[in-house]
Design a protein around this ligand. Sequence first.
Ligand code: HEC
Length: 293
Amino acid sequence: MKSSFKLVAGMALTLAVGAAFAAAPNWDKVPAKKITLFYPGTAAMEWITKGTEHGGAKAVKKGERCIDCHEEEAADIGNKIVSGQKLEPAPIKGKAGSIPLTVQAAHDAENLYVRMTFKSPAASGAAKMDADNQVKAAFMLEDGGKADLAAQGGCWGTCHADARTMPGGKDDKKKYIAGGSVASGKYLDLVQWQSGKKAKPVDGSVAETRNMSGGTSLVSAEGKNAGGTWTVVFTRKLAGNPAAGDVALAAGKQYNIGFAVHDDHAAGRFHHVSFGYTLGLDDAKANINAVKQ
Ligand code: HEC
């Protein structure tokens, strides 16, 4: 009895020490990438890929990435759309066109750590779409560019004109990848942190449809607000299980990644999103370099 108690106590101590170590990269030493999150309105992938609507459609088909043309002007695009000048039939008064985001990434032998830092713009005062959560922060990962537009535009291929919060969308349509399935590797791995008191971190995926569960790689997602600036840290096992909709991360390869923030109690498409970026482990050529700690 006594000796087994000792054993259990010893194991608990080991676990606690391990967890404390895992949760604490030294962020001061991690390079910071500035990304502009912008308001996309109804610019679904159908619009993006239609040559008669989007000036970049042909180039995207040839493999050019959104940031090749748009990285510097993302805030202007957001302002144009949020004001209702283009691609937004129902503008929300007072909503911000863009949100500057700082992304940092690090890893150790076990985990990837992703830190998102951003300031909430002034509240629009509009009706709360998600009363429970003032803020939600998410990213999606993709391996190999199998999912539509993932290599060019990160999450863009999951956003469709028939999604339920689009004008004329179908009630049962969420994000999805056309012809996607976890089994075929044509999916995006999704994690999300929500600011609500009762909220639990989401570890899901987007394939035939959006699943807000099923993933097994997310260790934790923690966020805090200091004077209006949010800091959200995701801890995620490198060895994700692709059969569960996780992307397995390894050195020597780049992955596609996109970010989104639902600010101001937003839901559905009324978020701020990034174009697509690459993530690599100790890879200075990747847009976001997860450095070893
Ligand atoms: C070859 C360059 C090029 C690429 C690559 C490209 N675009 Fe564009 N995009 C354009 C041009 C040109 C316009 C029209 C701009 C205008 O009318 O002032 C445009 C317009 C837009 C707009 C409407 C806002 C505006 O200012 O008119 C959005 C949204 C957009 N692009 C998103 C994307 C996304 C998402 C991707 C990647 C999947 C992408 N673009 C890739 C050239 C490009």
